[in-house]
Design a protein around this ligand. Sequence first.
Ligand SMILES: *Cc1c(COP(=O)(O)O)cnc(C)c1O
Length: 223
Amino acid sequence: MIKTKLECLLAQIRQAEIAYERIPGSVLLLAVSKTKTAMEIAQAYSAGQRHFGENYCQEALKKQYELGAYDITWHFIGPIQSNKTKLIAKHFSWVHSVDSLKIARRLSEQRPDSLPPLNVCIQVNISGEHSKSGVNLHELSQLCEDVTALPNIKLRGVMGVPMPEDDFECQRKPFRTLFQAVIKLSNYDLDTFSFGMSGDLNAAIAEGSTMVRIGTALFGNRG
Ligand SMILES: *Cc1c(COP(=O)(O)O)cnc(C)c1O
């Protein structure tokens, strides 16, 4: 049952905050609802969940429409095609997966004036050759500078999606590297580390995550 899973997850997050000496309540749960139905989202909502993450634009818009009466904060976390930036800029509050200035510019230009600036995280490739998405670490500082200059975007932080690892210490390492790099960028007022999924949330919290993106552990396996 989604309510029970949500309660377990929140308890696990609170425990990890204590275990790794994080400020209680400093890690937000983002429920990743890709492939899940509006009904399942509604169940999590009734249990108190407000932040939901989606990877595919059309799929998300359909659910947003069905859930129009709900006070949900929508996050876009999937790969961004240029021809989708307009819809993303219009229908989401957050985008975690910005990995080029071109995409950031389009999102800023296409963000409706009636809405507050779009919250953006830059996706950083922390698994080397294995990943095609995300900027390399040495490109991060320049992209932060360029994105900060865009009027309708608020740069909030970074998203890291490392290769899946079973070993806890191996899970921690890429998060630690990215965290260390980001705290050096002290002139950008970054407050968001979008780190951690179902399989590595404790490691992510140990290394400074402020937002864990959880699908499977909340909604079960995706078909
Ligand atoms: C699907 C997805 C998640 C959730 O993954 P789970 O392992 O199901 O928790 C988190 N982040 C991104 C970017 C995803 O695509």
